[in-house]
Ligand binder design. Sequence first.
Ligand SMILES: Nc1nc2c(ncn2[C@@H]2O[C@H](COP(=O)(O)OP(=O)(O)OP(=O)(O)O)[C@@H](O)[C@H]2O)c(=O)[nH]1
Ligand SMILES: [Mg+2]
Length: 438
Amino acid sequence: MGAFNEEDRGDKSPSRAVVVHPAPRSPASASGDAARHPEARLAEAVGLAEAIDLEIAAAETVPLNKPRPATLIGLGAVERLADVINQVQAGLVVVDAHLSPVQQRNLEKAWNAKVIDRTGLILEIFGARARTREGRLQVELASLSYQRSRLVRSWTHLERQRGGFGFLGGPGETQIEADRRMIGDRIVKLKKELEEVKRTRDLHRKARRRVPYPIVALVGYTNAGKSTLFNSLTRATVLAKDQLFATLDPTMRALALPSGRTIILSDTVGFVSDLPHELVAAFRATLEEVLEADVIVHVRDIAHPDTEAQRTDVESVLRELGVGEKVDRGLIEAHNKIDLLDPERRQEVINQAARGANVLAVSAVSGEGQAELLAYLDRALAAERQIVEIELPLSDGASLAWLYRQGEVLNREDGEETVRLTVRLDAADAARFDKRGV
Ligand SMILES: Nc1nc2c(ncn2[C@@H]2O[C@H](COP(=O)(O)OP(=O)(O)OP(=O)(O)O)[C@@H](O)[C@H]2O)c(=O)[nH]1
Ligand SMILES: [Mg+2]
């Protein structure tokens, strides 16, 4: 390292972070709903930061009276936070808001630390979680566009090697022009690749459809407990076939319902509020399995102070994803974390669930309500059963066996070369059978 370098962040660790949530004085004016609690928002931002393995050294809410063009938050807050950041030796500050490139640069100077905003943070998370090829391409595209708009004085020596797309450690300033060109080229290439992936997507869809069981997707706001519930439900009902799906995709598992019917349970990426517009496509691609699901279970953190606002967020994103029809019909809701409620509120939630036709009170941690949830899924799938007539070549033993396993064979006539079956099947299974192998 040369002589004095104003970019020198000394011993600060690039993964030790301070999280700052600028809270509008009147929350109602910010997003149109007053139901969000600043402390809950701060906790959410901390949770998101932890999701990409940052070590959170401090977390603070700062009042946002009137956004300042230069730094967003007020000068007093900037100075006070500089002390905090210095004290805990944080190399990174997550500002839970949208920052303009200028604001980001000014804050980096004032704090002598790398600064990322909510979009940057969410991009890192998507980058770490995108599983499909299309998802990865969409996230890279979104993050490059974001980076290009922010190619300014940046880090020279705090590059990160792990995960994501690494814009927590940016390029040195002499490189900026070259980088800008390179990013432009890469964006053009990515768009071409995406076109191709989209063209072949239908083929993948069909392959998925050939998975011979109904797919039940757990969706919900981030931190609602989807993964915990997924693990708990699949651990409780282990299947031999489990391994196949575990290796294909760690977030899809086969499990047996009480009736013996097999389903595929799918865990998904969590929703967040204020999803930046440029990320919607990336988010959509990471959620492809939801579009493919036969049944959607909305997992809600019923102990969260913003649970209603979260519900609205999730439902509106689902509409954007094109499954509005299912939302209108009423999603199955698992009201999770009832173990955290005080006895009175808990009873209220349980009563409410008992009254609601498609609401279940559960705890992913204590196991409460899980048997009921599985039984409910059984009923929901059976309710949509229909009777279908099917003619098969006698040689198609696999299809025959599948029909006997998934359905209820009411009548069978064996001919010379074909067999005619009358079968009661789930709507989902009937559709699946139709599309099989096509
Ligand atoms: N007390 C309690 N805690 C729970 C329950 N379910 C989940 N949690 C906790 O809530 C936190 C978030 O749980 P996850 O399962 O990771 O939530 P998620 O919905 O998968 O979150 P994302 O993957 O970020 O969308 C974890 O700390 C869990 O231990 C529950 O029923 N009771
Ligand atoms: Mg999860």
